[in-house]
Design a protein around this ligand. Structure first.
Ligand code: F3S
Length: 284
């Protein structure tokens, strides 16, 4: 029977849910709460937070009175120092899994390892990990020969395949020692594995999540790697239904900062629009 199938797990990951909870709790203490960058990659949720008094700022200079939330991605130690200097009260919502990567990187650097972070150079999480490890830490770059003993950590939202490939490339050179910490988040791995399973069961896949969400982009790449038609949309408004009517089974996968309500809305629109033959059975 044709149907719309929604991958499990979906909804906010532990770290994003915790960051939202801490920001809301901050409202009990401060009249206004700011977040350094967007707390989640979802416009609807951002609007709801803004209505409560939780708004993003791009720079510390834009923080007015109130508390400042550090997002689940974390931020460089210098930001905490700057907040302290400016008298800004900080609500640290750095995900504990991200904080662990930072402390592993710091420890490796302290033990004399050349720290290599496998991830996206310009991603805020990666910048924060590099800053935690201090000078000399660098983002993995294939073909680049490094010196001394190597300590590897991963951005929490990359795929384990990316980490394995990076380690294999590092082994192209001879180093006295390479220590690898698999710091890819278990929640991310679960979603990536679910995306692979789903892609194998359906004719095409809709990936839902912010365009600037690293883990959502990765899900899109993973589905594409399974040879299935895939589209990455930020929300229901971007759904081109004419395209989806031709498929018998459509899968819906979501990134870690996409609320469950957004996933369910898209699944229902696909179903109601006559996608999957118009008699689709919605399966969560
Ligand atoms: Fe944390 Fe993993 Fe989410 S690292 S922010 S629980 S994707």
């Amino acid at each position: 029977m044709p149907r719309v199938v929604v991958a499990q797990p979906n909804g906010f990951c532990f770290g994003v849910e915790r960051a939202i909870r801490l920001a809301k709790r901050g409202l009990k203490e401060f009249s206004r709460v700011w977040t350094l960058g967007e707390l989640v990659h979802n416009q609807q949720v951002l609007k709801e937070l803004a209505a409560l008094g939780i708004k993003p700022v791009r720079r510390l200079a834009d923080v007015q009175d109130g508390g400042l939330v550090i997002r689940a991605h974390g931020c460089p130690p210098g930001v905490f120092a700057e907040c302290n200097r400016r008298g800004i009260a900080v609500i640290d919502a750095t995900c504990p899994y991200v904080r662990r990567v930072q402390s592993v990187a710091r420890r490796l650097a302290g033990e004399g390892y050349q720290v290599v972070v496998v991830g996206e150079r310009n991603h805020p999480e990666v910048k924060a990990i590099l800053a935690a490890a201090g000078e000399g830490a660098r983002v993995f770059s294939p073909g680049r020969r490094l010196k001394g003993k190597i300590g590897v950590v991963a951005q929490t939202t990359i795929s384990r395949e990316m980490l394995k490939e990076a380690v294999a490339k590092l082994l192209d050179f001879r180093y006295t020692e390479i220590r690898v910490f698999d710091t890819v988040c278990a929640e991310v791995v679960a979603r990536q594995e679910a995306a692979v399973r789903l892609a194998q069961r359906v004719d095409a896949v809709v990936v839902v999540g912010g365009k600037n969400s690293a883990n959502t982009r990765r899900l899109t790449e993973i589905v594409r790697g399974q040879g299935k038609p895939v589209v990455h949309i930020a929300g229901a408004g971007e759904l081109d239904l004419r395209r989806w009517r031709r498929y018998g089974r459509v899968g819906v996968v979501a990134g870690a900062s996409t609320p469950r309500s957004a996933v369910e809305e898209i699944a229902r629109i696909l179903q109601d629009s006559g996608c999957a033959g118009g008699k689709a059975q919605l399966s969560f």
